[in-house]
Ligand binder design. Structure first.
Ligand code: GDP
Length: 195
């Protein structure tokens, strides 16, 4: 994908009305600190357009980035930040669920999981929400540069088994440091969801 323009067009809070976009939307979900902002910046060839925060889970909004007036990258709120109340957590959950349920232009949902760790409960819940809404989650295993090459297959197996992924589920390893995986993600978006 050649990035010609990007524009953070809509920011939705818990009570905001969701936009009724007329172009395809590709969403990204994941636990706080998993590397979601870094991935979105990497996809957009920007260093810090999407928020990268030292305080994970602080901004709880759904952000719609208009790319080339052609499509949207949708940044869903990071979940699982320990320092917030149960009622706050529930609100985010509802917000994500509402978006997955309501969006008419949502074409695909990528779920980000840190390649170093076994998926947590929230990751499993998220994986199943995505499935329940009729989407086939595509997993991005983030922070690839943090493990040795010899560990990759083993970690991917832990990830696959932890989430109990459906057979045929794709897992794309990604590093925001080396940008390994970037082309694969864009190719997938362009060939499968924008045509
Ligand atoms: P978010 O909360 O999911 O948006 O996560 P961020 O993108 O803000 O990243 C959280 C932290 O992990 C930051 O300190 C990033 O610099 C770091 N990080 C994100 N992706 C990678 C990666 O692929 N490799 C390494 N080494 N660090 C990463």
């Amino acid at each position: 994908m050649i990035i010609r323009s990007i524009n953070l067009e809509t920011v939705c809070g818990v009570t905001s009305k969701l936009p009724e976009n007329d172009k395809p939307e590709i969403a990204f979900a994941g636990k706080s600190n998993v590397g979601k902002s870094s991935l979105i910046n990497g996809l957009m060839n920007r260093k810090s357009y999407a928020r990268i925060s030292a305080k994970p889970g602080k901004t709880q909004t759904i952000n719609f980035y208009n790319i080339n007036e052609q499509m949207y990258l949708v940044d869903l709120p990071g979940y699982g930040y320990a320092k917030v109340s149960a009622s706050e957590k529930e609100k985010w959950g509802k917000m994500i669920e509402r978006y997955l349920h309501q969006s008419k232009q949502l074409k695909a949902v990528f779920l980000l999981i840190d390649i170093r760790h076994a998926p947590g409960n929230n990751d499993k819940i998220m994986y199943h929400w995505i499935l329940e809404q009729g989407y086939k989650p595509i997993i991005i295993a983030t922070k690839l540069d943090k493990i040795k090459r010899s560990q990759i297959q083993k970690q991917l197996k832990i990830l696959r088994e932890g989430l109990e992924v459906l057979p045929g589920t794709e897992i794309i390893p990604y590093s925001s440091v080396t940008k390994q995986g970037r082309e694969e993600i864009w190719n997938k978006i362009e060939t499968e969801f924008l045509t």
